[in-house]
Design a protein. Structure first.
Length: 120
């Protein structure tokens, strides 16, 4: 897969969270997708398969009181790194920064590993 194809998948993935539109996600997740969330610490939870990954992301995308700010996206072939800030209230005290390491195959997300900075 080339950078342009991966970039488009990641753009649509990010749009789902920024627009709070979970329907965007249904065409982006592979049947054999594996996803690791940032919680619970220290290792996060692991989700395997289309239904599990899609369900987690769709629930997150519908949370209208939260927001994802995409700080940077780097794409190289079928891989991408998304640097983000997740806001769950007003001010920087109610946010967490992190990254997702993404793997895209045939226009679908097959792996998404989330990591976040812990508060001091």
């Amino acid at each position: 897969m080339n950078d342009t194809q991966t970039s488009e998948v990641i753009r649509r993935f990010n749009d789902a969270f920024q627009r709070h539109d979970p329907a965007i996600l249904s065409d982006l997740v592979a049947q054999d997708c594996v996803m690791e969330s940032i919680q619970p610490a220290p290792d996060g939870a692991r989700y395997e398969g289309y239904e599990a990954c899609l369900g987690f992301w769709q629930a997150l995308a519908t949370e209208s009181a939260t927001s994802f700010d995409v700080e940077d996206v780097v794409v190289s072939g079928d891989r991408a790194v998304i640097r983000w800030r997740y806001r769950f209230g007003d001010g920087d005290d109610n946010s967490v920064r992190g990254v997702n390491l993404m793997h895209v195959r045939d226009g679908k997300i097959v792996e998404a590993l989330g990591y976040a900075k812990r508060p001091a």
